[in-house]
Design a protein around this ligand. Structure first.
Ligand code: TXD
Length: 313
């Protein structure tokens, strides 16, 4: 039996993620959206592309959750994207309602699914999904770190004029301006970038990475990034469905790791068939730990501001 992945939200990120998953033949894909016709139309178009690509997976679109039953993974991208000048945090209340409802609907029919949350503000939306699902932390993951690392890798490769395939970037922390890129663990062909670039250059790349989402919003004006976010979702789905035990930066509910507890934040995670298999812990310097702490405080303040409708679980 083929695996099944539901993507809630057939907008830019959701539909593009469906594209990657289907083109790779990873799973049957169900797109769910509240707008009538959109998930159906995009799914049919995508399905027809597979006749050329030569993939037999099914792609279905729906306004209700019926066709999602028995999904192995549910990806939630539903919500409003950021507009220029709007912070991810402005999205908090509107998207909390959408993510909570999507989670409850989806898990009724897919009680064993692994949830991958994408909607912003990411780390707080993970907490909304955790509370709404009551799932163990192994099955509630947030996608942001793969994207943030991809952005950092891109800028490092451009700066050094090397293949991006040689670059392994390492980013911790919450998604957003508070993310914590770790240059000493970011490498090019195994060489830390601190050996290859001066401090001022690294600082410039780090700032551009932390501002990576806003840079694209400012260009697009009517929406936010979706190609790289969608490809990042596919990486997490692939690691889980193919039980790869792959280490990827994900937002997970920490239970004491990195000195943090009862809070979602981006850390290196081993992903396999069961979802989160292990949080990889590394020893941070005092400065890095302080930056992570600051990032965690920003996430905590959003969690504290969550609407009453999402009771603490
Ligand atoms: O790294 C990351 N985590 C992110 C997060 C990277 C990129 C985008 N990120 C966030 O994902 C972004 O800030 C948004 O909160 C979401 C989705 O972004 P996208 O660019 O795909 O937004 P769209 O194109 O507006 O799509 C959202 C869709 C749209 O089709 C709505 O009709 C639908 O969500 N929607 C719903 N679907 C199902 N159920 C409900 N309730 C619903 N409400 C809206």
């Amino acid at each position: 039996m083929r695996k099944k992945v539901t993507i809630v939200g057939a907008g830019n990120v959701g539909a593009t993620a469906a594209h990657w998953l289907a083109a790779k033949g990873l799973a049957d894909v169900v797109l769910v959206d509240v707008v009538e016709g959109i998930p159906q139309g995009k799914a049919l178009d995508l399905l027809q592309s597979l006749a050329v690509e030569g993939q037999d997976v099914q792609v279905t679109g729906s306004n209700d959750y019926g066709p999602t039953a028995g999904s192995d993974i549910v990806v939630i991208t539903a919500g409003f994207p950021r507009k220029p000048g709007m912070s991810r945090d402005d999205l908090l209340k509107a998207n909390a309602e959408i993510v909570g409802e999507a989670t409850r609907q989806a898990i009724k029919l897919s009680p064993d699914a692994i949830l991958i949350i994408v909607t912003n503000p990411l780390d707080a939306m993970c907490e909304v999904a955790r509370r709404a699902s009551g799932f163990p932390r192994e099955r509630v993951l947030g996608m942001a770190g793969v994207l943030d690392s991809a952005r950092f890798s891109t800028f490092i490769a451009q700066e050094l004029k090397v293949s991006v395939d040689n670059v392994q970037a390492f980013v911790l922390g919450g998604h957003g301006d508070q993310m914590v890129p770790l240059p000493r663990f970011s490498t090019v062909a195994g060489i830390p970038i601190t050996e290859l670039l001066d401090a001022a250059t690294i600082d410039r790349l780090v700032k551009r990475t932390a501002n990576g989402g806003a840079e694209i919003v400012n260009y697009l004006k009517a929406g936010s990034a979706y190609y790289a976010p969608a490809r990042s979702i596919a990486d997490m789905v692939d690691a889980i469905l193919r039980d790869r035990h792959k280490i990827l930066p994900c937002a997970v509910y920490l239970q004491g790791e990195y000195g943090l507890s009862k809070l979602f934040i981006g850390v290196p995670c081993k992903l396999g068939a069961k979802g989160l298999e292990q949080v990889i812990q590394i020893k941070l310097t005092a400065d890095e730990q302080a930056a992570l702490q600051k990032s965690a405080q920003a996430v905590q303040s959003l969690v504290d501001a969550l609407p009453q409708a999402t009771p603490a679980g």
